[in-house]
Design a protein around this ligand. Structure first.
Ligand code: UT7
Length: 312
């Protein structure tokens, strides 16, 4: 039995931080940030659990489901509120969920990892999963370091995943990690993000290209068959470079990074939720999700959108 995405929702902190806000106190400019990244503003504030609860609540509402009807919660995050317990425990309690809950850290590929994990557990017998990506990256970013401060933001988005579909949700997926690349992008306990930006950029393009090619081949489809491409929102130049190599267009692509910056595990569900709200996906459409990040991790999935035939 397959599953379907039956609801989605998002949460963004109220505080907007523009490029000019950084330019007022750091040696940077709106022109540089827009030209090099595509980012115009980002949101900052809240805790990872607060944002996850708000996004989770919105997703449950959109699915018409009560928290008590959820029997699995997977929270993708690199910025948990504390070391122990998992942030998902706090979210599970606040939303009144049943069953198990756990955090999953696969950096910016985390949401796709979480989706694949939740879908597998639904096939193993769970009924309904809440899958959330939530981050407060502003807390692990040195706000005085222009090379990282301008890139990252806070936010969350969630989906409800329900079993009961005649067909599988995930048509093909690919998960990977290259731990040898750890020194390129990391944050130690209590420390800030360190990133070798240029090298991460180079590898991001290469590993997304390989991962997307892998899932397109597994699914037996070409780029023209993808109704919507939802990439990790780190840098519009990375997205453009990947699109050009794969044969995807910017018209097929969901972009929110101009308003959110890089929100790591929250970026793909934020872009997906916005595209779904805008009516950019229809029953039966093939949606490509692809993320990469610290590790380096990467993950891609092709999913079939829609809930026609769902047995509730
Ligand atoms: O989600 C996790 C994955 N992370 C990413 O995907 C990030 C990948 N990397 C990138 O997006 C880009 O490498 C950056 C946006 C981080 C940087 O862009 P770049 O075109 O690779 O620039 P660069 O690092 O080669 O730096 C070019 C210059 C440097 O000055 P010099 O050495 O040429 O004099 C930097 O110091 O730009 C300088 N620079 C800045 N200038 C103005 C770096 N940050 C800034 C800034 N404002 N905010």
């Amino acid at each position: 039995m397959g599953s379907a995405i039956t609801g989605w929702g998002e949460a963004l902190p109220e505080r907007v931080v523009t490029n000019d806000d950084f330019a007022a106190r750091l040696d940077t400019s709106d022109e540089w940030i827009v030209a090099r990244t595509g980012i115009r503003e980002r949101r900052m504030g809240g805790t990872t659990s607060e944002l996850a609860i708000e996004a989770g609540r919105a997703a449950l509402k959109s699915a018409g489901v009560d928290g008590s009807e959820v029997d699995l919660l997977v929270l993708a995050t690199t910025t948990p509120d504390q070391t122990i317990p998992a942030t998902s425990a706090v979210v599970h309690d606040a939303l009144g969920c049943k069953g198990g809950a756990f955090d999953l850290n696969a950096a910016c590929a985390g949401f796709v990892y979480a989706l694949v994990t939740a879908d597998s557990l639904l096939r193993a017998g769970h009924r309904r999963a809440l899958v959330i990506g939530s981050e407060t990256l502003s807390k692990v970013t040195d706000q005085d370091d222009r090379s990282t401060a301008v890139l990252f933001g806070d936010g969350a988005a969630a989906i409800v995943l329900e079993s009961g579909m005649p067909d599988e949700l995930i048509v093909a997926y690919d998960l990977g990690v290259d731990g040898a690349a750890t020194p390129l992008l990391y944050a130690n306990h209590g420390g800030y993000i360190h990133m070798e930006g240029r090298e991460v950029f180079r590898r991001a393009v290469r590993c997304e290209l390989d991962s997307i090619t892998n899932v397109l081949t597994k699914a037996g489809i070409g780029p023209q068959d993808v109704a919507l491409f939802v990439p990790h929102q780190a840098n519009v130049r990375i997205i453009e470079a990947v699109n050009e190599r794969v044969g995807l267009t910017m018209e097929q692509t969901a972009i929110v990074l101009d308003r959110t910056g890089n929100t790591s595990a929250a970026s793909i569900p934020l872009a997906l939720a916005e595209a779904a709200d805008a009516g950019r996906v229809a029953e039966g459409d093939l949606v490509l999700l692809s993320g990469f990040g610290a590790g380096m991790t990467w993950a891609s999935a092709i999913i079939r959108w829609g809930q026609e035939g769902l047995a509730r």
